[in-house]
Design a protein around this ligand. Structure first.
Ligand code: BG6
Length: 298
């Protein structure tokens, strides 16, 4: 059990906090509907498994599991920038939200209804050194027969700001070479494996036979991963998100990543609910924005 005094009370037999030897604290949830684990570092969902189903999310066996290090898998929260920050390659990739400890603002639910947890990250001395703006971010996670994750960002300062964000979801797949993704047919994308060239998908579902690192701007539709190997479809329905990022590192990139097993790339696929590039969000003082993804395993 966790020793931290700042955590809300556990829900007996349903949701409780656990300190791991490596320094992370996880919220573990088990209900009649699903099992889940969420690290308080990053407000990072590392496990979601609806009852009777295989796990929906991939986590690398080589991932770091330590404060201040990104977790390779699950749902990293990217904020307030995506990838390298333009003009600042020395800053943490995908922003600081995924490597900061978040507070737990509330925890509620039951075995029958599922569990809702709200994490909070506010500006402090350390975030202002990286990004000198006053914000509050809340990550609301609802663990039920579906997984609903929502990132809300509020401008608490007195100047407008603009930010990027992503729910960088790693899905477990049987074999990425044998799955297809619908929902992006005909969409334009920037190909990060080919110098950011702008290209367009055809009318067929997206399939994979090489490294894929594509940013689809102005895409709001639901994506479905059709995985015949696991005999399931995973639906990613979103709101407040205008970009979709699709990523699989394939062989060479997988081998180059220290926190990813060389042979793990066939078993994962990232479909990221995002607002990046020209879809970055602008907030005037006092304004707030919410982006959410609803993940359903069928
Ligand atoms: C994807 C990016 O979203 O995340 C890729 O489009 C990147 O370019 C990948 O390689 C993983 O990023 P990181 O920082 O977690 O290694």
């Amino acid at each position: 059990m966790s020793s931290s005094a700042l955590l809300p009370p556990s829900i007996p037999d349903v949701a409780s906090f656990h300190d791991e030897p490596g320094g992370l604290t996880f919220l573990r949830i088990k209900t009649a509907l699903a099992t889940a684990e969420i690290s308080l570092d990053g407000a990072h969902v590392t496990r979601y498994q609806p009852a009777g189903c295989e796990p929906a999310l991939f986590v690398s066996r080589s991932s770091a599991m330590a404060p201040g290090k990104p977790i390779r898998g699950g749902i990293p929260v990217c904020f307030p920038w995506f990838s390298a920050r333009a003009g600042h390659p020395e800053l943490p990739a995908h922003g600081f939200a995924r490597i900061r400890r978040w507070d737990v603002e509330s925890l509620s639910g039951s075995n029958e209804s599922g569990v809702t947890v709200v994490f909070r990250l506010g500006a402090d001395h350390a975030t202002r050194e990286l990004w000198p703006l006053d914000f509050v971010a809340r990550m609301r996670v609802v663990v039920g027969r579906k997984l609903n994750v929502a990132l809300e960002v509020e401008n608490c300062g007195d100047v407008p700001f603009r930010f990027e964000e992503a729910l960088h979801t790693y899905f477990c797949v049987s074999d990425v070479r044998k799955v297809s993704v619908t929902g992006l047919e005909g969409a334009a994308y920037f190909d990060k494996t080919d110098g950011f060239q702008r290209k367009e998908l055809g009318s067929e579902p997206l399939r994979f036979d090489a490294e894929c690192d594509r940013v689809f701007p102005r895409t709001t539709s639901t994506c479905v991963i059709d995985d015949p190997g696991l005999r399931r479809k995973i639906t990613v329905e979103k709101s407040g998100s205008h970009s979709t990022v699709v990523w699989n590192p394939w062989i060479a990139k997988a081998a180059a990543m220290a926190d990813f097993g060389d042979d793990e790339w066939p078993g994962m696929l990232c479909i990221e609910t995002a607002n990046v590039g020209d879809d970055a969000v602008s907030l005037a003082p006092g304004e707030a924005h919410a982006m959410s993804a609803i993940i359903h395993v069928q």
